[in-house]
Design a protein. Structure first.
Length: 358
């Protein structure tokens, strides 16, 4: 094993991230503010019929917001046929050879699926299911513009097309591979080469599900985990080294027993999640990577510090958006002079990595 290894932020290989420009799209916080504004607006009327009418607009917003669908696609949905809320899936159809066929399915967070279920149960009271989305597109656009301007967002950025574009940017900034983003948006020819790793259709669905789950539980279970593909396996008599390339291009090294390798059936190219528990994540300040025996060394920014009487929880955000949680003593926090927004190094040993096969 190497005592230390050079670490540098991964290049933006295959990433088509737009230049920062708040006038071209909404960031995640603005999208959340707009989402909250729609909810408040939908629930404000005292009259049930007014609330039902507004809930239909809220439903359209949520579907565009979390599927990246086009307005005409959303208005063409059949609530019974196309909304599989038990699996948190939305099915989009296209006519081909005179037949309706599923062109793509989009995974949404389970919390949003549950909210949509509640909206449907309230909104469909006394209303035919097939008429739920029979709304004038111009009326929908006006309501989108009104909600945007009500919270200080320029009218154009509140348009359905802008919400769709903003969703695409949000997914790419969360480090979702470009081919998966393109598949979700319904691009006819996804660029399968524009990614750190290649994906089959089944793996694209797995990745989409992973990101939906991570979005659903963004502040808890998503920490300390890397989704990626096995890129190398070096088998020994007793133990085996497994290298994973994450969706963000980082390399994670794990050491497992050779018996586990055989029992689990790990192979190069397999999609896998690497996890490390918070107490095993160590921290180091300084501009250069620490000289240590840990195989996994990452530079990041301190996102949040939660202090206790004897220990502190430090959340470090890596360049690809992955959050690493470390539990250290208060004494170490003071000694390393760790503060929010400061840059430091997070590292952990290959033996600390736990591998999960979905």
């Amino acid at each position: 094993m190497r005592d230390s290894q050079p670490v540098s932020p991964p290049p933006e290989h295959g990433r088509l991230l737009p230049k920062p420009d708040s006038q071209r799209y909404l960031d995640t916080q603005q999208l959340q503010n707009l989402e909250d504004a729609f909810r408040q607006w939908a629930q404000s009327p005292d009259r049930p019929d007014f609330r039902q009418s507004r809930n239909r607009i809220l439903l359209i917003f949520l579907l565009i917001r979390y599927t990246g669908g086009r307005l005409n696609e959303i208005l063409s949905l059949d609530p019974v046929r196309d909304l599989d809320l038990d699996k948190a899936l939305v099915h989009f159809h296209k006519r081909r050879d005179g037949k309706d066929m599923i062109s793509r399915e989009v995974q949404i967070p389970e919390s949003i699926a549950a909210e949509i279920r509640t909206i449907l149960s309230d909104t469909l009271t006394g209303q035919a299911e097939n008429s739920l989305f029979q709304i004038d597109p111009a009326h929908v656009r006006r309501k989108f513009y009104e909600r945007a301007t009500s919270i200080g967002i320029p009218q154009g950025l509140g348009a359905p097309e802008s919400i769709r574009k903003s969703r695409a940017v949000e997914l790419m900034r969360s480090n979702m591979p470009l081919p998966v983003v393109q598949k979700i948006l319904g691009h006819s020819t996804p660029n399968l080469a524009a990614s750190y790793v290649e994906f089959s259709d089944t793996e694209i669905r797995q990745v989409a599900r992973y990101f939906a789950d991570r979005e659903n539980l963004r502040k808890t279970s998503a920490r300390n985990s890397f989704l990626g593909k096995i890129t190398a396996i070096r088998k020994g008599d007793v133990q085996t080294i497994v290298e994973i390339t994450s969706l963000g291009g980082a390399t994670i090294t794990a050491i497992i027993t050779s018996d586990s390798l055989t029992r689990i059936g790990l192979k190069p190219g397999m999609l896998i999640t690497a996890e490390v528990k918070a107490p095993w994540v160590q921290l180091s300040s300084g501009e250069t990577a620490p000289s240590c025996s840990a195989e996994n060394v990452f530079q990041g920014t301190v996102y949040r510090i939660t202090r206790g009487r004897t220990t502190a929880e430090v959340i470090v955000q890596l360049v690809d958006g992955t959050e690493l949680c470390s539990i250290i003593t208060e004494k170490s926090l003071r000694r390393l002079d760790i503060r929010e927004q400061s840059t430091l190094w997070a590292f952990f040993d290959a033996f600390a990595v736990i591998l999960h096969v979905d």
